[in-house]
Design a protein around this ligand. Structure first.
Ligand SMILES: [Zn+2]
Length: 261
């Protein structure tokens, strides 16, 4: 399952192929949205933004295409006019003079106005997005004190997109290590310093991953690397204790038993 940073980088690649160029050909091959295709010809795609595992494609005419890939949907970038050989159902075509974005197999697609986004059944359940620069540490701290979240174990809470959207399994382990917290603890058990450290890590880790993971180290050597995830048996970089692997919420979890006692 891709996590927030990987989804956002994939969205960046999609929008880079067609951004700000007029659409020459548009197909929306799903009942209920077909009628919007003609009006999109001549418009431009301004942005493609993930919300949880959904993507929002914004057009300069004001409409927003909501798409959720669930298990089967897949986006492809192709040259204009090119259609890869596949048995998948082609649902969306957004084509400029040079490139085309093709969405196959997804069935959860709708066309919305900006004002309708907050009422959308999936989007309305999501917490603030960790990769949205508008999301603040104070906002995450406030959510940790919210009755909906404060009694839940951190292992489950950090995977819940209603708490903070854009986290996932490797980020869960890395956030808990950065904050020095055991996965079985709950927000209500933490003191103010621990809450602050956790809230900061909930934003800092996904943002660092988005900027640097999978890329070569920059001039300042800033490259995201796992400090505990996938490192069972290796010495903790802080204290030398071997990192342990366990399972929590049916997903693997890595932690330093000493630093995160
Ligand atoms: Zn340690």
């Amino acid at each position: 399952m891709p996590e927030g940073p990987e989804i956002r980088r994939a969205a960046d690649q999609l929008v880079a192929a067609i951004r700000n160029e007029p659409l020459r050909h548009v197909e929306l091959n799903l009942p209920g949205i077909e009628r919007y295709a003609a009006a999109l010809v001549g418009q431009r795609v301004l942005a493609i933004t993930p919300r949880g595992k959904a993507l929002l494609t914004r057009f300069d005419g004001g409409k927003v295409l909501y798409s959720h890939n669930q298990l089967y949907g897949v986006w492809r970038v192709a040259r204009a006019g090119e259609r890869p050989a596949t048995k998948r159902q082609l649902r969306v075509v957004l084509e400029t003079e040079r490139k085309a974005l093709l969405l196959y197999s997804a069935s959860d697609i709708s066309m919305l106005d900006e004002s309708a986004l907050s009422a959308h059944p999936f989007l309305s359940k999501l917490g603030p997005d960790a990769l949205d620069e508008a999301t603040t540490v104070a906002e995450i701290e406030a959510r940790l004190g919210d009755p909906r979240f404060r009694r839940r174990q951190l292992a489950a809470l950090l995977l819940d997109q209603a708490f903070v959207a854009g986290l996932g399994n490797y980020l869960r382990s890395e956030i808990l290590f950065a904050a020095g917290l055991a996965a079985a603890r709950r927000p209500m058990d933490l003191d103010d310093d621990e809450l602050k450290a956790l809230a900061e890590a909930c934003l800092a880790l996904p943002r660092a991953s988005y900027r640097t993971r999978g890329r070569r180290a920059g001039p300042h050597g800033a490259k995201f690397r796992f400090r505990v995830f996938d490192r069972a048996g290796e010495p903790c970089e802080a204290c030398g204790t071997p990192i342990e692997r366990s399972e929590a919420n049916s997903r693997r979890l890595y932690a330093c038993p000493s630093c995160q006692a």
